[in-house]
Design a protein. Structure first.
Length: 371
């Protein structure tokens, strides 16, 4: 039987949400029926060997369309010579429809535009403001003839990317699912890791995400600093890499928090790091629907997050939403330190629609639809 060939575009070496989503799904897909290949704008992928071991190809694209449109088109055309049945375009914001247009010109049977965010994420405020204006300008030119399928990770992400250009009944909400069993609360792992990091008698506040503007760790460090002046039995654990790492480390040093804030970088065992936490915090300026919040809830953690995150992300009732006002965060976190609780969320998460095995079955059906 001929396999359905799918191109996932783009993934990145930062291993952010889109890359996480695409690779997680591929891990569980039926490899006798489907072939997933990946395109990236990154110069290298640290996890390339893992992808290649599944029989997938990686296409490295040397430039962005804005830098050299002619070269970009040439490289996309060459990739499409591989005769893909599906091109799955993972999108955070509009810059152009160039790839969509090339796909349609090349008669790719299925072109999916998939929204993964709710705002522009540039770290520089002026650039962010310019990109936002450009996003809305370009969005006005989008229409239903530019793709065959329209997906989003949440209703808010659908509104951001499609606005009134695509009718709601044509947009499919695809859950950012996870391997629930992998993240369930594990007392043994918790004990081992807390010993390894000398955290046995500490209250551990954790955050997982790229060290970039959207994730707003700067605000979190300010909140943590105020609580730390009153009690020294707390530790902040930051998991992730990004362009703001040095800036955030400097902030920690200036506040005298070097002993209380751990930068753990990019981790391959993030499911274990959740176990050693006592509280998960996500003060994002905005998100689509963060996989990390799904993971943290699965690990049984109480979670505090910003109003910039979809309320549909609260599957367990353990998520508290707060505006980005420092004193409110200080007050609520202090109350959680006094009342730490943890429950097994296995059944709730498996029934929530965020179990990866179940979601991948639905994904495969959607890939085959109308082919």
């Amino acid at each position: 039987m001929k396999k359905i060939k799918i191109l996932q575009f783009p993934i990145a070496n930062s291993y952010g949400g889109i890359t996480h989503y695409a690779l997680n799904n591929w891990k569980w897909m039926d490899k006798d029926k489907f072939q997933c290949d990946f395109a990236t704008m990154s110069k290298k992928l640290d996890f390339a060997d893992e992808i290649l071991a599944t029989g997938s190809k990686i296409h490295y694209i040397s430039c962005y369309a804005e830098e050299n449109e002619e070269q970009f088109i040439k490289e996309i055309d060459k990739i499409l010579d591989e005769n893909y049945d599906v091109v799955h375009l993972h999108t955070k914001q509009w810059k152009s429809f160039l790839v969509e247009k090339i796909c349609l010109e090349r008669n790719v049977p299925k072109v999916i535009v998939h929204s993964h965010s709710t705002k522009c994420d540039a770290n520089n405020p002026k650039k962010r403001e310019w990109e936002t204006r450009e996003h809305y300008r370009v969005r006005e030119e989008f229409n239903e003839n530019m793709a065959t399928d329209f997906w989003a990770c949440s209703e808010e992400a659908a509104e951001w990317l499609f606005g009134d250009r695509i009718s709601r009944d044509k947009i499919c909400i695809m859950n950012n699912a996870i391997e629930t069993d992998k993240f369930l609360y594990n007392e043994t792992v918790r004990k081992e890791l807390r010993e390894e990091y000398a955290l046995e008698d500490k209250f551990v506040i954790g955050n997982v995400g790229r060290l970039e503007y959207p994730k707003n760790q700067k605000f979190l460090i300010d909140v943590f600093s105020e609580i730390y002046t009153k009690r020294k039995d707390i530790v902040l654990v930051l998991v992730g890499e990004g362009a703001l790492r040095e800036q955030l480390k400097k902030q920690v040093q200036q506040l005298g928090l070097e002993q209380a804030v751990l930068f753990l970088g990019k981790r391959e065992d993030v499911e274990n790091i959740y176990q050693m936490m006592d509280l998960f915090v996500l003060p994002s300026n905005f998100e689509g629907l963060p996989i990390t919040l799904v993971e943290a809830q699965t690990a049984g953690l109480q979670c505090i997050c910003s109003m910039g995150i979809s309320v549909s992300a609260n599957m367990t009732g353990n998520v508290t939403y707060l505006p980005l006002e420092k004193q409110q965060w200080v007050k609520v976190i202090e109350s959680r330190i006094l009342f730490y609780t943890r429950e097994n969320m296995s059944q709730i998460m498996k029934e929530s629609g965020y179990n990866l095995e179940t979601q991948v079955q639905y994904l495969q059906e959607k890939y085959q639809e109308h082919l």
